[in-house]
Design a protein around this ligand. Structure first.
Ligand code: MG
Length: 166
């Protein structure tokens, strides 16, 4: 496969050669709690929410989990963040020297809820040859989606989804 999607960014030589572990960003690796206030506005202020992501503190447990998973997996970060944040997100990961081989964001113009977006990315990953064995995720609807799709899930309780955010 030579035509990789525009919202995918490889950080190594492209291709799948080991079992894949998918990690979410917000609530798993990065602490987005300081930005959740923008989603409580009416209407939700997605622009402010997304543009502040570079300030997220790291979630140490998630980073340790990712580094451990990388011993036996190819690590792919799949986030519902919009593709406009791809440079910011890549830099955040690079600053923490995380062994992430592929970064997958929400495609440009895709306004759907994140479980639908991530289901399509799972299909795209599998179609491209990825053997997805594990997903680490804090969104209950996405956890359910991965389970339905036959992926083992490690649920992380971020607390973001107790107040009705999507
Ligand atoms: Mg999340």
């Amino acid at each position: 496969m030579t035509d990789w999607p525009a919202h995918w960014r490889w950080r190594v030589e492209p291709g799948f050669d080991r079992p894949v572990a998918i990690f979410d960003m917000d609530g798993v690796l990065s602490d987005a709690s300081h930005r959740q206030q923008y989603l409580r506005e009416d209407p939700p202020n997605w622009e402010m929410f997304n543009s502040r992501a570079w300030k997220d503190p790291a979630l140490d447990e998630g980073l340790a989990d990712l580094r451990a998973a990388a011993h036996e997996h190819q690590v792919v970060v799949v986030t519902a963040r919009p593709v406009v944040t791809i440079d910011m997100t890549e830099q955040w990961l690079a600053e923490r020297d995380l062994p992430v081989e592929l970064l997958v964001l929400r495609p440009d113009g895709d306004q759907r809820h994140s479980p639908a977006v991530k289901r399509d990315e799972l299909t795209r990953l599998r179609d491209a040859g990825a053997d997805v064995r594990l997903a680490v995720e804090d969104h209950p609807g996405i956890v359910q989606m991965y389970e339905r799709e036959g992926v083992s899930v490690r649920y992380v309780a971020s607390g973001y989804y107790d107040v009705g955010e999507v």
